[in-house]
Design a protein around this ligand. Structure first.
Ligand code: 13P
Ligand code: SF4
Length: 316
């Protein structure tokens, strides 16, 4: 529509005026994905935040992502267009809960998924994302006890992949991914028997998919447990023409754009992250014009959290 194109034009003008870059996650609204300078998964966006030479980073994603960008770039201005854009998974553990857990396991190494607050990262040794969690756990000495947080589905996926016994897992979950249940995936598979299955490890169905693969119910060569960025790469290079997508449905916009001849079927149509959808064109424009909402992390917290984030950026 005309109003939409005017908004986009204004955003482009303000981006130049402010020397700003727009980073967007794969779950953002289609119109946000379409104007992003960098679109990606959590790891790709954290890396982009480090390499950009823009002065202002507008983070079209959720709060913990903007915080991570701010920790990596204390000299840049990081803006989150809506402060309410949080994350139910990041909310599932606080720094004081983590301190208590650590006290119960003295000497354990803490691996925190990037979906955590800066305070929790500051109490952690390593951060990881869904695309390098397995590599990070593998990089830790085998006899070393590990506390993995906060996602239980990603945690059990990593535990199964690495065969690691001395790894404790926090019982947190993302309400969107937890809602993608094994029975839904099984139903869609019977409807589309030719399709490949792409599963995000945060899903309620990720470990059951691994089990079904080991039992021969799911063909191994057609089942892939991947981060959102790797799902996009895979759907481009695979020779399959139908894909069942078990993650937040926003990613399907990008899959269809990149592969107009392929078909993408959501495992659960209702898997919509309300936080990611809070970022609209209007709010992006207001963020640039009014310099809001500036995300900062206290220097002491940032210094500690940065050690864990730097390890995440360099591995995998
Ligand atoms: P990735 O894009 O890194 O796979 O993360 C998924 C997610 O839920 C981000 O909030
Ligand atoms: Fe958090 Fe889940 Fe939304 Fe990702 S999809 S931002 S993990 S609530």
């Amino acid at each position: 529509t005309e109003m939409k194109s005017r908004l986009i034009e204004e955003i482009q003008e303000w981006k130049i005026k402010r020397n700003a870059v727009l980073l967007a996650h794969n779950y953002e609204l289609p119109e946000i994905q379409d104007i992003a300078d960098v679109l990606g998964d959590s790891l790709a966006l954290a890396r982009a935040a480090v390499t950009t030479d823009a002065e202002v980073i507008v983070f079209c994603g959720v709060h913990f992502m903007a915080e991570t960008a701010a920790i990596l770039n204390p000299e840049k201005t990081v803006l989150l267009p809506d402060l309410e854009a949080g994350c139910s998974l990041a909310d599932s553990i606080t720094a004081s809960q983590l301190r208590e857990w650590k006290a119960q396991h003295p000497g354990a190494v803490v691996v925190a998924y990037v979906n955590t607050t800066a305070d929790v990262k500051a109490e952690s040794d390593y951060c990881c994302t869904s695309s390098n969690a397995v590599d990070i756990v593998r990089s830790i000495q085998e006899d070393q006890e590990i506390l993995f947080l906060p996602d239980m589905f990603l945690g059990s996926f990593v535990k199964k992949e690495t065969g690691r016994e001395n790894m404790h897992i926090w019982m947190g979950e993302c309400h969107v991914h937890a809602g993608i249940a094994p029975h839904q995936v099984e139903t869609v598979i019977t409807q589309y028997p030719e399709a490949e299955l792409l599963v995000h490890p945060e899903c309620g169905c990720s470990t059951s998919s691994m089990y079904l693969m080991s039992e021969g119910v799911l063909p191994e060569e057609k089942t892939h447990i991947l981060s959102t960025g790797n799902m996009l790469k895979h759907s481009k290079t695979s020779s399959a023409t139908e894909f069942i997508v078990a993650t937040e449905v926003g990613i399907i916009h990008q899959m269809e754009k990149q592969n107009p001849d392929k078909r993408f079927i959501p495992a659960n149509r209702e898997a919509i992250c309300p936080f990611m959808k809070m970022i609209t064109l209007e709010k992006v424009l207001a963020a640039l014009k009014e310099n809001k909402h500036v995300i900062t992390v206290p220097p002491e917290t940032a210094k500690k959290a940065k050690l864990a984030i730097d390890r995440m950026i360099s591995i995998g």
